[in-house]
Ligand binder design. Structure first.
Ligand code: MV4
Length: 589
């Protein structure tokens, strides 16, 4: 039916999809931007085509350019991966119109589950439980006040176009409604070009549990267990596992049945995920993700199903070969997202070039990586470098293996989330399995433990010439010696010196430049656009008071006063762009 697949994506997921294609005997065509010429997914493909400049809009998001390249390459199908165009119904239509197969759901099903309120109406019709809330967008603040009285506080104001927590505001008292509504609307308009908002009762301590489904083109569908993705920070998942420590076989079966019913009711085809909140033994449908997800890997390890291959086989018209009664979890898997982010600086994106690179291996370890040794990480895309997945006979074995694998994973030159994961895997609450979506926020000691796992930062001013002794291995007449080197090697010995420099040493950034100057002021932790200024010169502020809103990556970030005091100057102006580390306001003394 098709023998060549174009993978309209980059990074680890492009590689993941290409591996599945290879195993099915299909040719793989990669696409890349000008920033990705050296990227591993390009090297792995059977053929690769340049899309355009680095910004996604001109490369990985350019529908006409991708279609053009696919036809040039003789592709019969396109796999979108996740992100970029994966949930874009117009793209799915354009692929079909050009005579190719879109490896994903029909555009109509995507659209029926695309809007939040639309999805809530579909769930209601299919008899799937929802958090109490509205099925239609809201306009008036009075209406929200009435709903707040009806449900009880807190309530959530959410964006109809929503996703990833954008446009989500929690309202704890009626007098917070006006500000929350305005802020949610601004964020939703920027992020989704759709300012429509609706309201739900807010659950204060839920788990995030999602059901994986597969549906074929013949009306058959199965649920393949759940994933527990409760450990996340600011709506970015960090750790996922399968099965959830919180579900009984009965609830699992019930949620699976509900998920299949809802997917079938919208004529869904392919792999999909239905997200639920889970609290006090009850589950509530949130939204559907009409794509393969980052964390699909843990389901694969526990159920022995290759979900990406399944997507392709379903797109080829194959009838579902899995029987629901066989789909029982018989192992436990955990995934840690290895991001180029500094967990000790609010997880801000870290830049750099990977130097030394060594992946863990051995029984029960899987690494789905988008990087390699000596790889400069482009700044244009998301910060996910690789996914480390471990599994075992039970949860404790999977976690112990994860601790071992994290310690074995060496990524030189870039700050990553590995030390955070080491801290999480040692945390008694995580080990007990009793976590909610608030886990990271409620346990600041996690960050302290992260510090103890982080490689030591180099002394300021020593970034290029290490002065501390280095451990080297030398071979003399066929015998290996470990030596401790004080000072530098002669220039002729450059390769060894370079390797030593990157090994086990902290990346160059922490404690450098902008952090070295101490200013008493309000500092922006991120680069972004100043969306709102709530500070005036000379104002008395309290610690934690919201003074600025910085919009970055289409998210609004509240910048708060680091301590109480009287403001001096207010330097940031609404509508301007500020750098990470910029002083937004100063304190008077
Ligand atoms: C909620 C909620 C509690 N009650 N809705 C956040 C992102 C968006 N997809 C849905 N989110 C939430 N919606 C109600 N009615 C709590 C969250 C939530 C959350 C959900 C999933 C994973 C992590 C989360 C972290 C904070 C809040």
């Amino acid at each position: 039916m098709f023998d060549t697949v174009l993978i309209a994506n980059r990074g680890e997921i492009a590689l993941r999809v290409m591996r599945a294609c290879r195993e099915l005997g299909l040719r793989c065509v990669a696409v890349y931007s000008e920033a990705d010429r050296e990227a591993p997914h390009v090297a792995y493909a059977d053929a690769a085509y340049l899309l355009g400049p680095a910004p996604s809009a001109e490369s990985y998001l350019s529908i006409p350019r991708i279609i053009e390249v696919a036809q040039q390459a003789g592709a019969g199908a396109i796999h979108p991966g996740y992100g970029f165009l994966a949930e874009n119904a117009d793209f799915a239509r354009a692929v079909a119109a050009a005579g190719m197969v879109f490896i994903g759901p029909p555009p109509e099903a995507m659209e029926r589950m695309g809007g939040k309120t639309a999805a809530r109406r579909e769930a209601t019709d299919a008899g799937v439980p929802l958090v109490p809330g509205t099925l239609e967008p809201l306009e008036s603040l009075d209406e929200i006040r009435r709903l707040g009285d009806a449900y009880g506080y807190p309530i959530a104001i959410k964006a109809v176009g929503g996703g990833g927590g954008r446009g989500l505001r929690v309202v704890r008292t009626p007098d917070e409604i006006a500000d929350a509504f305005a802020s949610a609307r601004r964020e939703a308009e920027v992020a989704f070009k759709n300012g429509a908002l609706y309201v739900e009762k807010y659950l204060t301590n839920p788990r995030h549990i999602e059901i994986q489904i597969l549906a074929d083109t013949h009306g058959n569908a199965v649920a393949i267990g759940e994933r527990d993705c409760s450990v996340q920070r600011r709506h970015q998942k960090l750790i996922e596992e399968c099965p959830s420590p919180a579900l009984t076989p009965q609830i699992r079966a019930e949620m699976g049945t509900a998920a299949v019913r809802l997917a079938t009711s919208v004529n869904y085809v392919g792999a999909g995920t239905l997200e639920f909140l889970f609290e006090d033994g009850h589950y509530y449908f949130l939204e559907m993700n009409t794509r393969i997800q980052v964390e699909h890997t843990v389901t694969e390890m526990v159920f022995g199903v290759d979900l990406v291959k399944a997507q392709i086989r379903i797109a080829q018209g194959e009838k579902l070969w899995l029987r629901q009664e066989d789909l029982v979890p018989r192992a436990h898997a955990v995934e840690c997202r290895i991001n180029a982010e500094d967990p000790l600086a609010n997880f801000r994106p870290a830049l750099g070039t990977v130097g030394e690179y060594r992946e863990p291996s051995g029984l029960g370890v899987r690494v789905d990586s988008g990087i390699r040794a000596n790889y400069a990480i482009p700044q244009f895309y998301d910060s996910l470098l690789s996914k480390l997945i471990t599994w075992g006979a039970d949860r404790n074995e999977a976690i112990a293996r994860m601790r071992r694998a994290l310690a074995d994973y060496q990524i030189g030159g870039v700050i990553t989330t590995i030390p955070f994961h080491q801290a999480a895997m040692a945390h008694p609450i995580f080990i007990s399995g009793d976590v909610s979506v608030n886990f990271i926020g409620q346990h600041p000691e996690l960050i302290e433990t992260t510090r103890s796992f982080a490689p030591p930062a180099p002394e300021p001013g020593t970034s290029e010439t290490p002065t501390e002794p280095r451990n080297l291995t030398v071979e003399v007449n066929g015998k290996r010696f470990g030596v401790r080197l004080f000072g530098d090697l002669p220039a002729g010995a450059a390769p060894a010196a370079a390797a030593a420099k990157s090994s086990r040493r902290g990346p160059e950034r922490r404690g450098s430049s902008q952090m070295a100057v101490k200013v008493d002021g309000v500092v922006s932790p991120i680069q972004g656009r100043v969306a709102a200024v709530r500070a005036t010169p000379g104002q008395e502020v309290t610690a934690g008071q919201v003074l600025f809103i910085i919009e970055a990556m289409k998210m609004e970030n509240e910048i708060t006063a680091p301590h109480a005091g009287k403001l001096g100057e207010v330097l940031a102006q609404e509508g301007t762009t500020v750098e990470s580390g910029a002083v937004l306001a100063t304190f008077q003394h």
